[in-house]
Every structure is written in C-alpha cells, then in structure tokens.
Design a protein around this ligand. Structure first.
Ligand code: SAM
Length: 264
C-alpha cells in the first residue's frame, strides 16, 4: 500500500473519503469514454480512481511534488493518463484544448485558499470547455450561484454568471474529508453559455465597473460609479442611479460596462 506524506495544510489538502459523495461528484460531470477530462489537484486519487474507469484521456494538474511523483508512477499502467506537475494558476490550459477534438471537461476539489483565482483563471478558457464540476467552500458556491437582491449576490456572482450557467448541486459536510476542514463545502457545476445572452464589449471595463459598484455595498451606483459613469448616463439605461449594486441584474451590469467602454 502506498505511504503518503501527511496532508499539507498550505496546499489545502483535505482528502475526500466518503465513497457516496465521491460517486455523486464524478456523476455530476457525466463523463463518457470519448471525453477528455482535466482534474485539478488529484491528491491521493479520491476522484481520480473513478475517472480512470470512465475515460481514456485524463489530464492531472497537481502542485505537490510527492503526489506528482506518485501519479507519474501510475502512468505506466494507464496510457491515456497525463500528469502535469504545475500550479493551476500558471497552467496554460490551451496546451490541452489545442490538441483535442472535443470540449474539455474539468473537475476538482479545489484548494479553498485559491478558489476564486482558480475560477477566474479557468474562465479564460471557457470557450473550449464543456462543463466544470468543482468543490469549494459552501459560502463561495452560494455567492457564485446567488440571484440579485440578497447578501450573497456580488462580484463573483456577476462575473461568473455572465459567462456560465451555475448550479449549486449539493452540500458536503466536513466529515466527508480527512482531515475534516473547519467549514462546510458544496459542489457547483459551471456550464459555459453557448450563446452569451449579454455580450461584454470590453472585459477590463466590465471587471472595473462590477468591482467598483460592489466596493461599498451600501452606497448608491451614482456614488460608487463616480468617475466612470454619470447619474444621467446610468439613467439613460433605465437604471436608477440611486439603486445599490446588489439589486442589479447581470444584464444591467453589462449595459453599464458597455456604455462606459464607449468613453474609453
Ligand atoms: N482531489 C483530492 C480529493 O478530493 O481528495 C484532493 C483535494 S485537496 C482539497 C486539493 C488538492 O489540490 C491537493 O492534492 C493539493 O496538493 C492540490 N493543490 C493545491 N494547490 C494547488 C495548485 N496551486 N495547483 C494545483 N494543485 C494544487
């Protein structure tokens, strides 16, 4: 039996050990034999072992050197297993998407300390992705999938929902892991929108408008967007300048950003 080093807290290593939950997570990706799958952070293989039964083409991105070595030894018995020893935040996914015929499926029980940066990094490749199933801290999944009007709705909701259909699938208790994390976790499925309902003209301006609007949640748009758009400009889009960011839809944010982009 393989002897693994103790879990590394700095790498967010909480390993899944509940077989029912592992099955449910993998099932949520609907992997077929012809699919190409990328797993972020395979760790000791809770999800990976199941994935190896389902696909002939599995890429792993792992940062922990000992675990990379372990997965490299497993490559001998699986010709379609490719191990990338890398930091996912610096990993260029186009090295996979450029050489495959079908859109990529992504899965990962993500290290929670870098979950938002990972989501934003993956978004750059959304055109070439079929679907991604990720486990994150429960609060983060609530924010990703939140609707306008509530306290969970914010920058993460708007930025991700402009590009993906996001489903909150189910909650995972700390006892499903070794060692158990201090927080509850949840599974999200992100499916890139094939037809983008509200296209953004300039991503940098969009990011700026959304960030600025939510910078002080209690302030009105007229105040938070000062220097980017005037109250009259906001009103010209039939958006109330005295409204707060959390009441606006993704469509409203895109309209604001596209108007601001005209002035750039
Ligand atoms: N998939 C395994 C499971 O469910 O049991 C492990 C999940 S554990 C929460 C997170 C995994 O991501 C660990 O294997 C860790 O070493 C790896 N990891 C941490 N930071 C990473 C990074 N920047 N890039 C790639 N992998 C990373």
């Amino acid at each position: 039996m393989t002897q693994f080093a103790a879990p590394r807290k700095s790498l967010g290593q909480n390993f899944l050990q509940d077989p029912n939950i592992i099955n449910k997570i993998v099932a949520a990706l609907s992997v077929g034999a012809e699919d190409v799958v990328l797993e972020i952070g395979p760790g000791r293989g809770a999800l990976t072992e199941r994935l190896l039964d389902l696909t002939k083409d599995l890429h792993l991105v792992e940062f922990d050197r000992d675990l990379v070595e372990y997965w490299q030894t497993r490559q001998e018995s699986f010709s379609g297993l490719v191990v990338h020893g890398a930091d996912i935040l610096r990993f260029d996914l186009s090295q996979i998407t450029q050489i495959i015929d079908a859109p990529l499926k992504i899965i990962g029980n993500l290290p929670y300390n870098i979950s938002s940066p990972v989501l934003f990094h993956l978004m750059k490749y959304a055109d070439d992705v079929d679907c991604q199933v990720v486990m994150l801290q429960k609060e983060v999944v609530q924010r990703m999938s939140a609707s306008p009007g509530g306290k969970d709705y914010g920058r993460l909701s708007v930025m991700l929902q402009q590009r993906y259909d996001i489903e909150y699938l189910f909650t995972v208790p700390p006892g499903a892991f070794f060692p158990p994390p201090k927080v509850e976790s949840a599974i999200a499925r992100l499916t890139p929108l094939t037809k983008i309902n509200h296209p953004v003209e300039d991503n940098i301006v969009f990011e700026k408008v959304v960030k600025q609007a939510f910078s002080q949640r209690r302030k009105t748009l007229r105040n938070t967007l000062k220097g980017i758009l005037s109250a009259d400009q906001i009103e010209s889009l039939s958006i109330n300048p005295t409204a707060r960011a959390e009441t606006l839809s993704v469509k409203d944010f895109v309209a604001l950003a596209n108007l601001a982009a005209k002035d750039v």
